[in-house]
Design a protein. Structure first.
Length: 247
């Protein structure tokens, strides 16, 4: 098990000799395809070599081991997240764009969720995203530790929402049924126990949530949470910074 600070990004580039038939970009792209299909447990250098029609030895021209490959793959998909430039949009809109993009990326590549925090995320795409995020929040007036706390709060909401949604989606897929079909099967139990939990039962009946499309529920729940977080941050910003020009 490598030390936490032993990262593919902090080591010198591996020397190249001979004429490798594969590029690092090809290897990482194929790894992401395998990870999307089977998750981190399904990735091995041997299986990846077979997918590329090459022996595992060819992969070692560019990647020392699976841990390095995972770091490269995580940074690659992080590059799918767009963060607006400061001044292009109000800070709340900019943060929302970033958060929506991060959630969408995590749901496309659910294997990333289990790797966050395991190794340093200091690749060029992550650092570029981090730099833009800092610039966006600085322009809004957040500084010092408060800026870090704001970014952590937004990220925690994204990761928390995506983790739950991805877990439910995986369970639904394993069941071989749609979420609506599973909900319908559970309905007799919910009706039977309604008398034991009257407030919850009344809310379910009056809210219409059981009739909504599950994907719509996830989207609305995430958006509601994000907007309330931004409301709180805006109030804190005005009270503690006093500058509303970037609102």
């Amino acid at each position: 098990m490598p030390e936490f600070t032993d990262s593919v990004w902090t080591r010198p580039a591996r020397p190249r000799t001979g004429q490798p038939t594969l590029s690092r970009e090809q290897i990482v792209r194929a790894a992401i395809e395998l990870l999307d299909a089977e998750g981190a447990a399904g990735l091995s250098m041997r299986r990846l070599g077979a997918r590329l029609g090459s022996g595992a030895t060819s992969l070692y021209w560019h990647v020392a081991n699976k841990d390095d490959l995972l770091e490269l793959a995580v940074d690659q998909v992080m590059g799918e997240i767009y963060v607006p430039e400061p001044g292009d949009t109000p800070w709340r809109v900019g943060v929302s764009v970033m958060a929506d993009g991060m959630r969408a990326m995590l749901l496309r590549h659910t294997w990333v969720i289990g790797l966050l925090g395991v190794r340093p995320t200091i690749g060029p795409n992550v650092m570029r995203m981090g730099n833009r995020s800092v610039a966006l929040l600085l322009a809004a007036g957040f500084t010092g530790p408060a800026l870090s706390h704001v970014h952590s709060l937004i990220t925690a909401h994204v990761i928390g929402a995506a983790t739950t949604e991805a877990a439910v989606a995986a369970a639904v897929q394993r069941a071989g049924q749609s979420a609506a079909e599973i909900r319908e099967q559970l309905e007799p139990f919910m009706e039977k126990t309604a008398g034991d939990y009257p407030d919850y039962a009344r809310w379910r009946q009056e809210s219409g949530v059981t009739e909504m499309d599950p994907d719509q529920v996830w989207d609305q729940s995430f958006a509601f949470g994000l907007e309330r977080i931004l409301d709180g941050l805006e109030l804190w910003r005005v009270n503690n910074i006093g500058d509303t020009s970037a609102a």
